[in-house]
Design a protein around this ligand. Structure first.
Ligand SMILES: [Mn+2]
Length: 358
């Protein structure tokens, strides 16, 4: 079903571009590589280029030699007939390309596993999103199944790396994911060879960012949950992950660079399962609607990229979290209070909440 829709959108195209989000991770690279092979098979004569135009992560650079077909030099958007974005929730994840893509009068396809995003749906010629999938790579494996085709060894390796990375070495995998992984191993993906590639030592700049952010972190205890927040110039996602590992139930980490805001948030699985607060849908995406920018992500891992005052964005984000925890009514009031420019810091101490300065 998804595959036939995809082939229909791309039929008649001579040249297409598959793009990864900024700071492309192994899931973005793996899904893009395997998708390019599938499309080349299904649509003979189609020229497919794969690229991460906004850079890739350190661990991604380690796996690139195992992913043939990646180009650093790509055709310009004017030369291609369609663009496919993998593992990408919103166009804002394409940094400087956002504007060109938004104004590209050609089909844009999104293939993703993050929370459904209405804005993305409104600009996409086709939006394939499976929120239950562990990774975009697992979604691409589903397309192979629909095509009745087995991934070749290199595509199996690419998908294995994508799934292993996004599931934190299968710790977050569902049973279905493990069935897919077993198939990929059968097709030639060697766990012994591939898993060590994903182990990247933490650089000292990243450790310093984590330590500095922890030092200025603030912690609130809201209805039994430890909600922590802090600000740091870089590595926001790494800091948020580290703070949850340290014991926070939910961590919000903001940063500002050259006028651009970035907020990363993470929560523990227990927090999500008990409160059902979905960070991507209930917090990040809403933050994107109020602030200038876009937000989205998963249940326990989400982000916002935008513009404006970092303090406002952080306050609003925390109000959304408090509101979601304390009840829907307050959440709406919190949104109104911020959008009216009346950010009220005092509400931290409302009700059962207490602020702990650390
Ligand atoms: Mn992913």
């Amino acid at each position: 079903m998804h595959l036939s829709n995809l082939l229909q959108v791309l039929s008649g195209c001579r040249r297409i571009l598959i793009l990864c989000h900024h700071n492309a991770d192994p899931d973005a690279l793996g899904s893009a590589t395997a998708l390019s092979r599938l499309l080349t098979f299904c649509l003979p004569g189609l020229h497919v280029e794969v690229s991460a135009p906004c850079g890739m992560s350190k661990v991604s650079r380690k796996i690139i030699p195992h992913l043939p077909g990646f180009s650093t030099c790509i055709s310009s958007l004017s030369e291609v007939d369609a663009v496919v974005l993998v593992d990408t929730n919103t166009l804002s994840q394409l940094d400087d390309f956002e504007y060109s893509l938004r104004n590209l009068a050609k089909p844009i396809v999104f293939i993703d596993h993050h929370a459904y995003h209405t804005q993305t749906d409104s600009i996409a010629a086709l939006y394939i999103v499976d929120e239950d999938a562990s990774s975009a790579s697992e979604v691409i494996f589903g397309l192979y199944e629909e095509a009745g085709r087995r991934p070749d060894r290199e595509s199996a390796q690419a998908l294995f790396l994508g799934i292993a990375y996004d599931t934190r070495h299968f710790a977050l995998a569902r049973s279905k994911t493990l069935m897919v992984v077993a198939r990929l191993v059968d097709l030639g993906a060697s766990a012994e060879k591939l898993l060590p590639l994903l182990a990247a030592p933490v650089e000292s700049s990243e450790r310093v960012a984590r330590l500095k952010a922890a030092q200025r972190m603030q912690c609130e205890h809201i209805i039994g949950w430890y909600v922590v927040h802090t600000v740091v110039g870089s590595y926001q996602a790494s800091v948020a992950r580290a703070l949850v590992a340290l014991g926070a139930d939910i961590a919000v980490v903001g940063g500002e660079r050259r006028g651009k805001l970035k907020i990363s948030m993470r929560s523990s699985r227990d927090f999500y399962e008990t409160t059902k607060i979905h960070l991507g849908r209930d917090i990040a995406s809403r933050l994107g609607q109020i602030m200038k920018g876009a937000g989205g992500g998963h249940s326990t891992s989400a982000g916002f990229n935008g513009e404006g005052k970092l303090e406002d964005a952080m306050n609003f984000c925390l109000k959304l979290i408090r509101g979601s925890l304390e009840g829907g009514d307050k959440e709406t009031k919190a949104a109104e209070s911020i959008s009216n420019g009346k950010a009220n810091h005092a509400c931290v101490n409302e009700g059962k909440s207490g602020q702990i300065m650390i």
